[in-house]
Ligand binder design. Structure first.
Ligand SMILES: NC(=O)c1ccc[n+]([C@@H]2O[C@H](COP(=O)([O-])OP(=O)(O)OC[C@H]3O[C@@H](n4cnc5c(N)ncnc54)[C@H](O)[C@@H]3O)[C@@H](O)[C@H]2O)c1
Length: 679
């Protein structure tokens, strides 16, 4: 079974070595090529050094580092890339040098090999044309530091085939990236915003409206970034790159994007970056913020008008690539469309920037931008529904739930569809629900909203469970809470070894509210349901397979085939009786009879695995007692009634649990559970 891909990286510099590192971390086999041994060695050392820092921060052990480095083969011989699945080029930014390299690779590599360039400033098509395989040629634009920044822009030029884009997206996901698909266009998606944002900041200074330190500080406030605009630019190439990039954007797109005189002066006369100096004048923050919001929102709308990227991907690009707290469209929604329109209008009055159609229309409609977080694609007789909100690990909220429901209904009503597969985009399947939504509802005395959301979710999950079409969850990453509950509601689960399940709810003061308790109980019985719900212990895909929760456990490359096989086989009883493997018997006994009640009272039951009992008591002592008690009662009660009644029982306790002080305390510090008071 072929389980991983071989990827070649050409250029072992800042970007190449970082890309190679990240791929090796995520278990891809990498061959890294440079022109001289010393450059290869420098790249390998850069990888070792970054990983050493990760060891110091306890992210990796020294053994893991050896394993990762062992997956990168350094060489000066391009022939080693002959059988690679993909080759990523990260050499000097020179179109001729890149083109010549690809012409060579075109002769060396097998037809299956996909080529990609990490160019920042050239059209991908202008490099693809050096090869005989423009259909298997894309841009993959990574962001510094490529082992840490999750964003990659996948640029398909006019000749790129759909299969190529699919495979590149798959490889991007495999090495933990959040890919956004972008049209082959100047600055792609992120630099098209990042560069004029910098240029506008320089204009503010040039006009004498504020000094560098004030602008730098203002951007931290306005965009929620840890490093200010000039901190960032000074770290990533500074004025030299800024001048070059704004010149080329200006030539293609108009003088609004072109460098101001002050930037030219800074590079050509002073040969220096902007020193972050001067008194910070907070009274100017609003003004500066508005100038820069106008650029972000205006350019983002222009990009959507031009088909450069979707509105969701533009937001994603700035949030993941540039670490903005909100993307341009979210910013526009937050300030209101009228205000956003007004700011961009002022921008059109002081520059040659044209009012984008999208914003004009949105202003006429007078409603916020709507985001699409759930995609539906029908291939043959299978509908693929993808929750596409990777920046929030696909967390559920009312918008996502509504869209999931709409897409599910559409798939279910399509007579050509036999099976419906539900997946998550990026590294997670669905990591729970938006906790902020719950907190806001408690604080605003609006728990009815949480109730409505949960009821709607319960109804949808029941539809998924009882659909006449086979429903399949594809758990190829983390699933937690509501995400695990969506997976459990499906009639079948295909998981990869990267998949996992878990119920952390009692840790944050609540109980699982989307049917997870009774669905686990129907699979494993009351005792193990209590164990996993109380303890919140993660269940790996392998364990879930042993326990009969996962239907098929396959490697990533085999997921599609597994879905097709299940669809062809048709329906089966997912709750069929099963033998619980011996390895789980101690956990089962631990919760048997009145043991669970004893444990919840802090007493150690007798006749059970002593060590496990001690450990469980310790874990339970950190959880919210009321949530545990309600979960205990619910699991018992739900085990005795129909699914429909079980749902009702769960909903009936929802107001009670959200009324506890522990729920508010727990939901407000999800990473670090508070000391629960049992009230
Ligand atoms: N640095 C960034 O922040 C950033 C961000 C996105 C994209 N990029 C792009 O990534 C590419 C690489 O940038 P970098 O910052 O890593 O550059 P770099 O100068 O650090 O590294 C380039 C490496 O390529 C090697 N090289 C040059 N010609 C080669 C050839 N023909 N065959 C094999 N190796 C060759 C060089 O020896 C060097 O080690 C550029 O196209 C750049 O525009 C850079």
């Amino acid at each position: 079974m072929s389980t991983t891909y071989k990827v070649g990286i050409v250029g072992a510099g800042n970007m190449g070595s970082g890309i190679a590192q990240k791929m090796a971390q995520e278990k891809l086999n990498v061959v890294m090529v440079d022109t001289k041994e010393e450059f290869v060695e420098r790249g390998m050392n850069a990888i070792r050094q970054t990983l050493q820092e990760a060891v110091e921060r306890k992210i990796f052990t020294p053994e893991q580092v050896d394993e990762i480095v062992g997956r990168v083969k350094g060489t000066t011989d391009l022939n080693e890339l002959k059988d690679a699945d993909m080759v990523v080029e990260a050499i000097f930014e020179d179109v001729q040098v890149k083109g010549e390299l690809f012409a060579k690779l075109d002769k060396i590599c097998e037809p299956k090999t996909i080529f990609s360039t990490n160019t920042s400033s050239f059209y991908v098509a202008s490099i693809a044309k050096f090869t005989e395989r423009p259909d298997r040629f894309v841009g993959t634009h990574y962001f510094f530091h490529p082992a840490k920044n999750r964003l990659v822009e996948v640029i398909s030029h006019e000749g790129t085939s759909d299969e190529t884009v699919e495979k590149v997206l798959q490889i991007a996901n495999m090495h933990g990236k959040t890919p956004i698909v972008v049209k082959d266009s100047p600055g792609f998606a992120v630099n098209r915003i990042f560069i004029p944002w910098y240029v506008e900041a320089i204009r503010v200074i040039e006009e004498g409206k504020a000094n560098v330190a004030t602008v730098n500080e203002a951007t931290k406030h306005a965009f929620g970034i840890g490093l200010g605009l000039f901190d960032l630019w000074n770290m990533s190439g500074g004025t030299v790159i800024g001048l070059h990039a704004s010149k080329s954007l200006g030539e293609e797109l108009g003088s609004f994007y072109a460098p101001p005189e002050l930037l030219r002066h800074q590079v050509e006369d002073l040969n220096s970056d902007f020193a972050i100096e001067g008194e910070v004048d907070k009274s100017k923050f609003d003004y500066i913020g508005q100038r820069l919001y106008a650029v972000a929102i205006g350019v983002a709308c222009a990009q959507v008008d031009e088909g450069v990227a979707s509105l969701e991907d533009v937001d994603r690009g700035t949030k993941i690539g540039l670490a903005w707290r909100q993307g341009p469209f979210e910013l526009a929604n937050s300030m209101g469309i009228d205000k956003a329109y007004q700011l961009v209008k002022e921008l059109t009055e002081r520059s040659d920037f044209k009012m984008p159609k999208l914003l004009e229309e949105q202003k006429k409609k007078g409603v916020p931008f709507e985001f699409n977080y759930v995609d539906l694609e029908v291939v043959g007789d299978i509908a693929y529904i993808t929750v596409n909100r990777p920046e929030a690990m696909n967390a559920l909220n009312p918008v996502v739930m509504n869209q999931l429901s709409a897409k599910f209904t559409e798939a279910e009503n399509n007579s050509a569809v036999k099976a419906i597969a539900i997946k998550g985009k990026g590294k997670a399947f669905i990591a729970g629900a938006d906790i902020k939504f719950f907190v806001d509802n408690i604080k605003n005395n609006n728990v009815d909203k949480t109730y409505d959301f949960t009821k709607f979710g319960q109804e949808l999950l029941l539809k998924i469970e009882q659909s006449p079409k086979l429903t399949i969850a594809v758990v190829d990453g983390l699933s937690l809470g509501g995400g695990s509950e969506v997976a459990l509601s499906c009639q079948a689960i295909v998981a990869t070894p990267q998949g996992s399940f878990g119920f952390p709810e009692t840790n944050i003061g609540i109980f699982p509210g989307l049917g997870g308790m009774f669905r686990i109980e129907r699979h494993l019985g009351v005792e193990l349901a209590k164990y996993y719900i109380f303890v919140g212990e993660g269940i790996s895909a392998e364990q879930a397979y042993e326990l009969g929760i996962v239907t098929r456990l396959v490697e990533r490359a085999e997921v599609d085939q597994a879905i097709k096989d299940l669809a062809a086989k048709g329906k089966f009883d997912k709750y069929a009786a099963r033998e619980i493997p011996d390895a789980y018997k101690a956990k089962k006994e631990l919760m048997a009879g009145d043991n669970a009640d004893k444990l919840l009272r802090g007493e150690k039951p007798s006749g059970v695995d002593d060590e496990l009992a001690e450990k469980t008591l310790k874990r339970l002592s950190r959880k919210a007692p009321i949530a545990l008690k309600m979960a205990n009662e619910l699991i018992e009660a739900q085990s005795k009634v129909s699914v429909e009644e079980a749902i009702k029982l769960e909903l009936d306790r929802l107001h009670d649990i959200f009324a506890t002080k522990d729920a508010l305390a727990g939901l407000q510090s999800p990473g670090r559970p508070p000391q629960y008071k049992g009230e």
